[in-house]
Design a protein around this ligand. Structure first.
Ligand code: AMP
Ligand code: MG
Length: 505
């Protein structure tokens, strides 16, 4: 801790929170201790008040001069033990033996009012030993993007890292042009990734693997500790969460865009909002990322990629799964093989709910696929199609908001409607109840690319964060009809379409 802070009593933004840094107590080869690099002119963009409150932090103090200095990395909060984590990973299928927090610093961990331990990390906080040739900084646009989309995911009920705050730095970062710099304060159940295990495995560090696995069990999967084979139970529990997570993404039309193994988090939260996007018109092959030339991370590939990533995790765990290498491989394979069925179960259950079905029938997945096929053919908007289906059930607003009007080729959709109606009729559910259940799971508001882009343009070009605030306010209640916010529900006009997204680097 720097002198000035050691001398000062712990008052200010983090006064009421007690850092307890369990990762910093792991073996020193897992990370490098270092402080964020100062910036020249920190300025507040936003503090997330409900999240600050959940963490037991004083939001006003965070927004104060002293708080902003901390959020920018110019001062350390008392109790922080800053470090950069090392990891490795497969990027687009190619092995990178050494990655790590190249532009992020873990300040430490705080146990929130809900009893959950969370990492507090600054992203864009300067160079580290893992920066390779890059600058360790983040540009304002990607920071705004991550803030908006991660908080939208949270409001949609999808496990995700969150954003506690965003500040500008007063310094330029140089990408294709000079851009304003910013720092995001990211909050996560932890930042341990598939790639963290891979790093230790690739160094033949079985002792390290055991220490990391024990930490993960303790922190994220305590029930695995009681199993006959705790590490196998941990692997299975990780897989279960990932299967559910990817299903949840796909149920809202989310494309992560960069599902490298270093971007798959062990606790099962969505992490790394780089070139991600929500689809407007549905297509299973949809790709937004400017660097995903092969479509490896296309919408419809996400489940099989998740399984591939989990196979890499399983491989990294082989040295600690069983003393017998053959038995270890057998165990690992048996667990990884369960992924498709778990994913399909989660996806099917979610689709049933989106279609307002209360019971389970064997043909339900095929029925839902029929709608997706109609949407593909008709280039229909994914979000509005599902949202407006409820209008067909109870007749509300149907004159103006009929899903039929979203399809270029309504014939295929209308045929599907008949099949859906026949299926629904086999259930004794009142239309009002069915429609209400559908509106509770089919969001009206998602962070559409053009809206995110519009907010970023205002921030980047004019230093105006009003549009970001307005967008965040709408996205905080994605399932509510918000009559004043009708514009935010609309798909982009042809001129508004944002066809590509870019990495945050
Ligand atoms: P990502 O594509 O964001 O998952 O990042 C992949 C790797 O590159 C990670 O190890 C990052 O820490 C590192 N990285 C990305 N951007 C930067 C940057 N501007 N400076 C230093 N390292 C970076
Ligand atoms: Mg990453």
């Amino acid at each position: 801790m720097p002198q000035d802070l050691a001398a000062n009593p712990p008052t200010g933004p983090f006064a009421s929170a007690v850092f307890d840094n369990s990762y910093a107590r792991l073996p020193g080869r897992f990370f490098t201790r270092l402080s964020p690099s100062p910036v020249s002119g920190p300025g507040l963009i936003k503090v997330n008040r409900p999240l600050a409150d959940l963490l037991g932090l004083d939001a006003d103090a965070l927004a104060s001069e002293a708080g902003v200095q901390m959020l920018a990395g110019n001062r350390l909060p008392p109790g922080a033990d800053p470090l950069a984590q090392v990891y490795a990973g497969h990027q687009f299928g190619g092995w990178s033996p050494q990655l790590g927090d190249g532009r992020a610093i873990l300040l430490g961990e705080i146990v929130g009012r809900d009893g959950v331990r969370r990492d507090i990390q600054l992203k864009g906080s300067g160079r580290t030993p893992y920066s390779r040739s890059a600058d360790g900084r983040a540009a304002l646009g990607p920071v705004m993007r991550e803030y908006i989309i991660s908080e939208a995911m949270y409001a949609l009920g999808i496990p995700t890292t969150r954003s506690l705050a965003a500040v500008t730095t007063g310094d330029a970062v140089y990408r294709e042009s000079a851009l304003p710099g910013a720092v995001l304060t990211r909050v996560a159940q932890s930042h341990i990734r598939v790639g963290t295990f891979q790093y230790l495995y690739s160094r033949d560090d079985a002792e390290g693997l055991r220490a990391l696995a024990d930490h993960v069990i303790d922190r994220h999967y305590p029930e695995a500790a009681a199993a006959d084979q705790p590490y196998a139970a941990m692997l299975e529990a990780i897989l279960v969460r990932q299967a559910a997570l990817v299903a949840q993404w796909m149920l809202v039309g989310f494309i992560h865009g960069v599902m490298n193994t270093d971007n798959m988090q062990i606790a099962g939260e969505t992490i790394d909002y780089g070139p991600c996007a929500f689809m407007d018109a549905f297509h299973p092959g949809r790709v937004y990322s400017s660097i995903d030339h092969q479509g490896r991370y296309a919408y419809g590939n996400q489940a099989s990629i998740a399984q591939w990533n989990l196979a890499q995790l399983a491989q990294a765990l082989l040295p600690i799964l069983d003393e017998s290498p053959e038995a270890a491989v057998q165990q690992a394979q048996a667990i990884v093989d369960t992924f498709p069925k778990r994913f399909e179960a989660a996806f099917t259950e979610g689709l049933r709910a989106k279609l307002g079905l209360f019971s389970a029938e064997a043909g339900d997945l095929a029925l839902a696929q029929g709608l997706l096929t109609a949407m593909t053919k008709g280039e229909a908007d994914f979000t509005l199609t599902f949202r407006w289906l409820a209008n067909v059930v109870d007749g509300q607003g149907l004159a103006l908001r009929n899903p039929r009007n979203l399809f270029n080729d309504p014939a295929v959709f209308e045929e599907w409607l008949q099949a859906w109606a026949a299926r629904a009729q086999r259930e004794d559910v009142a239309p009002v109840d069915r429609a209400a259940a559908m509106r509770a799971v089919n969001p009206l508001f998602i962070p559409r690319n053009h809206l995110v882009e519009e907010a970023i343009r205002a921030g980047e070009d004019r230093g105006d964060f009003g549009p970001m605030e307005a967008l965040l306010a709408v996205l905080a209640h994605p399932f509510d009809d918000q009559p004043d916010a009708a514009r935010y529900a609309l798909p982009p006009t042809p001129e508004q379409v944002v066809p590509q997204t870019f990495c945050g680097t």
